[in-house]
Design a protein around this ligand. Structure first.
Ligand code: SF4
Length: 501
């Protein structure tokens, strides 16, 4: 089994999706599929195969609460049918009620790939036209380019203050030769991922290919660090699975958990301290001002603060959070016998409260972003679909006839002879043409997709006719897409996006 390398700028393919679950903690999408209201066909067909913490987004979707979707495009070439998967994912989330963001990663294209600015401008326009043509509503959502977004740049600057070079080395393999703009483009990307939450924290999903997972993990980490940023009134929290368990047991668990990770030494220290303190409950420990807001909140909700008792609730603490925690604990301990209000709030409420308080104190209150992962499309010539090999992909700008021809010359999962194919059936699972049907051409029509699959593996379908059908559908898709792109021109021009400088 090949090594799984997750490199956002590499050319590696993912040869074994299972390893992503085992090694990187990506979860199987199947496990949440039943919870998705009206799942997209890419979800139903397993093209979207994995996720990281997608449930908060689903909960918001089902409850009519705010949530957001964001993904970006590096304008290094023409948008192609592989990018269409991401366009569709953004658009679908927008249609389910999410705030939708599409961004042009022009700084990344320039710094990581060296694409000249005039080319970037041209490609950026093409990406945005296709996104709008496929159904993105730019009035309801937001489109921007990284280099032209001041609020984004300010956030990137602050995030950069929470990241350091050794992390860039370990996450991305940066070294002494890496140019500084490339590093800047990384913090900009972190800012992109958190940008939908700049005004209001909300669950946010980032649809990406699995090669982008390092960005998602780093952004989740930074989101947590930023939660404590600027919060001078120390609220500190660390991960206790269950607020109802006795603190001592929870502290021991936490210590063990973090001891395994080995990278958050202070966690163990704090856990020790908590254990020694022999406090008998888990819950929330808050500072004076946090407490005031909480009392108010509880009173408004018709609840009463409980009897004096220290309760801790802590989650994903960073070193600073722990320092803050210890400081607060010590302060509170001194006052323990006198007067400590405590609140019997649940985990969700505590988190919500923490965010409100953070926002109030000028912090960000980010919720760690979620992500969903889709499979890469196989190239039409076999191997990887690559922007730099025109015959391997169908560009969304290809002339309809060109798209037709490319499908006609695609490799298939067919057998050597027609007889063999009738006898053994075709190998639809290995067939780039079948992928075209499943990922794009049959659209929402599951029955048609299944029929084609069954006929292929059952030996009733031969590749010649099958490719003719797919090629014709591709030609129709491109004709329609080009018409819609023309209509999108006026829409794009009416938006305030500078695509010329
Ligand atoms: Fe692929 Fe169609 Fe041939 Fe089956 S019949 S292997 S789906 S081209």
């Amino acid at each position: 089994v090949d090594e799984v390398a997750l490199d956002p700028w590499g050319s590696s393919t993912v040869s074994d999706y299972r390893k992503l679950f085992e090694e990187f903690g990506i979860e199987e999408f199947d496990e949440v599929l039943d919870e998705v209201p009206n799942p997209h066909y890419l979800m139903r067909r397993g093209v979207i195969f994995g996720h990281r913490d997608y449930r908060p987004v689903l909960d918001a979707m089902r409850n009519g609460d705010d949530f957001a979707v964001l993904s970006g495009f590096m304008p290094t070439g023409d948008p192609h049918i592989g990018h269409k998967l991401v366009f569709d994912e953004i658009i679908w989330h927008q249609q389910q009620g999410g705030d939708a963001y599409g961004l042009i990663a022009d700084m990344e294209a320039h710094s990581a790939r060296g694409i000249p600015w005039d080319e970037i401008n041209e490609h950026s326009r093409d990406y945005l036209l296709s996104l709008i043509a496929l159904g993105f509503d730019p009035e309801a959502g937001e489109l921007y380019r990284q280099s032209d977004n001041d609020r984004l740049q300010r956030l990137a600057f602050e995030l950069g203050g929470k990241a350091n070079f050794s992390e860039f080395q370990s996450i991305y393999g940066f070294d002494g030769e890496t140019n500084v703009s490339h590093m800047q483009s990384v913090v900009t990307q972190m800012a992109d991922i958190l940008y939908p939450q700049l005004d209001d924290p909300k669950p946010t999903v980032i649809p990406v290919g699995p090669d982008q997972d390092p960005h998602v993990r780093f952004a989740r980490d930074l989101a947590t660090r930023m939660r404590f940023f600027k919060v001078t009134e120390a609220f500190a929290s660390f991960e206790l699975a269950d607020a109802e368990r006795p603190l001592v047991a929870a502290a021991h668990d936490a210590r063990e958990e973090y001891a395994e990770d080995g990278d958050v030494p202070r966690c163990g220290e704090a856990a020790d301290w908590l254990a020694d303190a022999d406090l008998d409950a888990a819950g929330v420990l808050v500072s004076e001002s946090v407490r005031e807001s909480a009392v108010e909140k509880l009173e408004n909700a018709g609840m009463e603060p409980l009897r004096p008792r220290i309760r801790f609730f802590a989650r994903q603490a960073t070193d600073e959070a722990f320092e803050a925690l210890i400081e607060v604990i010590e302060g509170e301990k001194r006052r323990y016998d006198q007067h400590i209000d405590a609140f019997d709030v649940g985990v969700d409420e505590a988190e919500e409260l923490a965010r409100e308080v953070e926002a109030h104190h000028g912090g960000y209150g980010f919720i760690p972003p979620s992500s969903i992962y889709h499979r890469f499309m196989t190239g039409l010539t076999g191997g990887k679909m690559s922007s730099s090999i025109p015959a391997s992909h169908i560009s969304l700008l290809d002339a309809p006839e060109e798209g037709y021809d490319k499908v006609k010359s695609a490799t298939t999962g067919g057998r050597d002879t027609a007889e063999e194919q009738r006898e053994l059936g075709g190998e639809a699972d290995k067939c780039p043409v079948y992928e075209l049907y499943a990922y794009l051409l049959t659209g929402d029509d599951d029955e048609l997709a299944k029929e084609i699959y069954d006929e292929c593996v059952g030996g009733e379908r031969l590749c010649g006719g099958c490719k003719e059908q797919a090629a014709t559908m591709m030609r129709e898709f491109l004709e329609d897409h080009h018409e819609k792109r023309e209509e999108a021109e006026a829409v794009l021009d009416s938006l305030d996006i500078d695509l010329e400088t």
